[in-house]
Design a protein around this ligand. Structure first.
Ligand code: PLP
Length: 315
């Protein structure tokens, strides 16, 4: 069974947070002061969409792509916010600049919000926009980046695309969180969920890729169209490596030469063991290493970067 961390290892003070700056209701606030109403439908019904962009060495990476995905979600969920894309870009920029963070995890959210009568009709709610910047975080820690993650393929089915449009980045995460507990019970470090056809879907905050005989594949059904996934597809095109979006069975993943996962939170991250099976040689594969290198090199290139103008006295 899953072992709970010792009490001393767990947070005992629910009011402590990482450093950072938030924006809500027209104001910039220390992250510890950014709070939403308990009546917000974003909290009560996971009725929200969001996006996460990262800042690396003082610049956003692919900011426009994240803004476009976010506005796509807002529109599909019949939400509206009083800011356009340029204004949100400025708000995100200000959160990072005020935080002074050079490497940041920047989340922006539209919740359904609240209604003065607690109406059940979602059209009666006033939508709420929130943004925050906190220190950059990764799915894989430095040790896992070096030796590769140990994942478990769970039999938990990722919420169906017929139920919730996975191209709208959303907080329907109970399947992913239960997947993590199952993975921990099995001695693994993260979980991979299957889709409603029994093929590989995605995991808690990441897309999945396989490498077999020099060709790369990634699922195309029932998954978020990750921006890191798209970046890897573009890197493969530039490197003249075949990269196909298609159904991948759990067995194909277990017998792949290499497996890696992708997320804004960490970039390209190797997986070297699935359940009890080492992947390929059991070491981080050479294509995974090359793609990871290209991914971080892209962060130095002008077209993907939006530089932050920090206040003169910021660290
Ligand atoms: N899949 C899910 C369910 C996610 O939540 C995320 C990111 O949080 C991803 C995939 C990866 O998407 P991106 O590369 O845009 O961060």
């Amino acid at each position: 069974m899953h072992k709970f961390p010792e009490l001393s290892e767990r947070h005992s003070d629910p009011t402590t947070f990482p450093p950072g700056v938030a924006f809500m209701d027209g104001q910039y606030l220390p992250i510890s002061e950014a709070k939403i109403s308990v009546l917000d439908n974003g909290l009560l019904h996971s009725d929200a969409t969001y996006d996460v962009v990262h800042v690396w060495k003082g610049a956003f990476f692919r900011l426009d792509d994240h803004l476009n995905r976010f506005f796509g979600g807002v529109e599909k969920l019949h939400m509206s916010i009083p800011y356009n894309s340029a204004q949100i870009a400025e708000i995100l920029h200000n959160c990072v600049a005020l935080s002074g963070l050079q490497n940041a995890y920047v989340e922006f959210i539209c919740t359904r919000g609240t209604s003065p009568t607690f109406s059940r009709d979602p059209r009666n709610s006033v939508n709420r926009f929130i943004a925050f910047a906190i220190p950059f975080g990764s799915v894989a820690n430095p040790g896992q980046m070096e030796r590769g993650l140990h994942a478990s393929i769970t039999d938990i089915v990722r919420i169906s695309p017929q139920s919730v449009d996975p191209t709208v980045k959303n907080y329907h995460w109970l399947d992913l969180v239960m997947g993590l507990y199952l993975a921990y019970d099995r001695g693994a470090e993260t979980a991979i969920l299957v889709d409603n056809n029994g093929n590989i879907a995605e995991g808690p905050g990441f897309n999945v890729f396989t490498v077999k005989d020099g060709a790369i594949s990634t699922p195309d059904h029932g998954v978020l169209m990750g921006i890191t996934r798209q970046t890897v597809i573009e890197i493969c095109a530039a490197m003249k490596i075949s990269c196909v979006k298609r159904a991948i069975s759990p067995d194909e993943l277990r017998t792949a030469d290499e497996v890696f996962i992708t997320s804004t939170a960490g970039g390209v991250m190797p997986v070297t063991k699935i359940d009890e099976t080492p992947i390929g040689s059991g070491l981080v594969g050479s294509l995974t290493t090359q793609i990871t290198k290209s991914y971080w090199q892209m962060h130095e290139q002008g077209e993907s970067r939006t530089a932050i103008r920090y206040p003169a006295n910021a660290s």
